[in-house]
Unconditional design. Structure first.
Length: 538
């Protein structure tokens, strides 16, 4: 077995271990997971793979790739479930780890490629995104694939038509995953790199039509089918309002320009703290120099681009995670070989100590219960187990640093092991236990038991795409938007039911008079009530 094949198998095992176990143990949490899950459920029920709908309304805010992958996973697993809905993200994380290895190995060898894959898999935002129902990790995998195939032709003399064709296919998949940013992000990364390194060649430019052709072959059919079907409003919402207009005039997630300069360090933890130590490292040869230039360009151009966006969310810069992993792996390789210089070595020990102390202190707080005065039901025991894991791991890191020979590999291995064990313990215990206060399943199951499938059930003035009740009741729940519509609905001869959230309770009472709920339940910071048009209150 070759080194590359052995490494890929090993990294696949590590990534699968972090991303897959207990994938369906946690319920779908607001705001977006139930929304995407309900869209998949309705598409599966209708047998329609073209247009997502939520509560019977066309959901036109996201492209189609995630929904296709989730429908395929649901078909294989026998139905729409939490695990099936998260498989596309977990698969994207796994593919990204393997692609990163293949990208790095020709530049800097298998050791650095292994380290880069390990860093990427254990980066917080990558781990969390691989276990969520969302599109950003799909985009990240597509951007990484486009950069990988582009560097194959730019730096490794692959056949231009084949490599650029693969670039176009990867960009097309990114366009289907997240829209225009699937084109913008890889274009910025590759364009900045070839300009900064003066790697533009006429032969590369002549092969670009291959990229354009495969891009259109992958991305265009779905958009064209929407056009021919008359879904022009869908296209306008998706391409214009949700991308261009959101970029310049956001109606939500408005953040200051420096937002990503703060959250980069948090979302890419714990390895982001080692990134400054990679700055200024002298490359061993021309190939390593090119890799470092690519990675730094990658980070800077993506962070700057999204910093110009008036609407900002942490997952937006997930595509920089591979570049961060490349650079941190480069420093880690030097650190383990005792070839990073004295001041970098001292800072690295200090960072190991700080992270070990943070894990130990956090674990102690969780273990002793002093982290919160009154923990939610069912959460105390999993939190204690997580605390014990974190405490022991943190002490191992500190102990390795204080060992007689101060073996660096032992300290780093202890830190990686602590990060991975903490992730897995959270996935196995804490996150599923948090369903008691984060999930709409209990309330929805109560509604399902009380309201027959043929009885009318609606919500009042909820968020347009509120889908948590729909997913767990197994039925679309139309939304009432006006006083007149509510009065008409309530005044009919048959019994009807209404879901009202806390913020709209007084408004409903003002319209319909005092009502006694059939039951109510608090989910997170919100409380929801079920009312009947007949007096069944207790």
């Amino acid at each position: 077995m070759t080194t590359v094949r052995r490494d890929l198998i090993g990294l696949a095992f590590v990534a699968a271990l972090l991303f897959v176990p207990w994938l369906g143990a946690r319920d779908l949490w607001n705001p977006n997971e139930p929304l995407y899950g309900q869209a998949v459920s309705e598409m599966a029920a209708r047998g329609d793979w073209l247009v997502p709908t939520v509560n019977g309304s066309v959901f036109d805010e996201k492209p189609i790739l995630y929904f296709w992958l989730a429908l395929a996973a649901s078909s294989v697993l026998g139905g729409v479930s939490e695990a099936a809905l998260r498989i596309p993200s977990a698969a994207a994380g796994l593919i990204a780890v393997l692609l990163l290895y293949l990208l790095v190995e020709p530049y800097a060898g298998s050791r650095r490629a292994r380290l880069a894959g390990l860093v990427l898999a254990s980066t917080f935002l990558v781990f969390w995104s691989a276990r969520q129902v969302q599109m950003d990790l799909l985009l990240t995998a597509c951007v990484l694939a486009a950069v990988f195939f582009a560097t194959r032709v730019i730096d490794h003399d692959s056949r231009p038509s084949v490599a650029w064709g693969a670039v176009g296919a990867a960009i097309g998949a990114g366009f289907l995953a997240k829209g225009p940013v699937g084109l913008v992000c890889p274009a910025l990364v590759v364009g900045t790199y070839v300009i900064a390194t003066r790697r533009v060649r006429a032969s590369h430019l002549r092969a670009i039509p291959w990229a354009a052709a495969t891009f259109l072959l992958v991305a265009a059919p779905w958009y064209l089918m929407l056009w021919f079907r008359g879904e022009t409003g869908f296209l306008a919402e998706l391409l214009y309002r949700q991308n261009l207009l959101r970029f310049v005039e956001p109606w939500d997630h408005g953040r200051p320009w420096w937002y990503f300069l703060k959250y980069f360090w948090i979302d890419m933890a714990p390895w982001s703290f080692f990134l400054p130590l990679a700055w200024g490292l002298r490359p061993a040869d021309k190939q390593e120099d090119r890799l470092q230039r690519l990675a730094w360009s990658w980070i800077f151009v993506i962070v700057i681009f999204f910093s110009f966006s008036a609407s900002k969310r942490s997952p937006y810069i997930l595509p920089v995670a591979p570049a961060m992993a490349i650079l941190v792996a480069g420093f880690a390789e030097r650190w383990l070989a005792d070839d990073c210089g004295k001041w970098r070595a001292r800072l690295a020990r200090l960072l190991h100590a700080a992270l070990g102390l943070a894990f130990a202190a956090g674990g102690y707080l969780l273990l002793t219960g002093s982290w919160i005065a009154d923990p939610p039901d069912g959460l105390e025991r999993p939190a204690q187990l997580l605390g014990a894991t974190s405490l022991v791991g943190g002490l191992f890191v500190l102990g390795a640093l204080l060992a007689r020979h101060r073996r660096r590999i032992l300290a780093s291995a202890a830190l990686v092991g602590t990060v991975g064990a903490t992730y897995l313990m959270a996935s196995a215990g804490v996150l599923p236990a948090a369903n008691t206060f984060k999930s709409h399943r209990p309330l929805s199951e109560s509604i399902r038991a009380r309201v027959a499938p043929d009885q009318p059930l609606r919500g009042f003035h909820q968020w347009r795409w509120r889908a948590s009740y729909s997913f767990y009741t197994g039925r679309p729940i139309p939304n009432i938007e006006s006083r007149e519509e509510l009065l008409e609905y309530w005044a009919g001869p048959e019994e009807v039911f209404l879901i009202v959230e806390q913020g709209r309770l007084e408004e409903v009472h003002a319209i319909l008079g005092p009502l006694v709920p059939l039951f109510a339940r608090t989910v997170g910071s919100n409380r929801a009530y079920l009312f009947s048009s007949r007096d069944h209150g207790e």
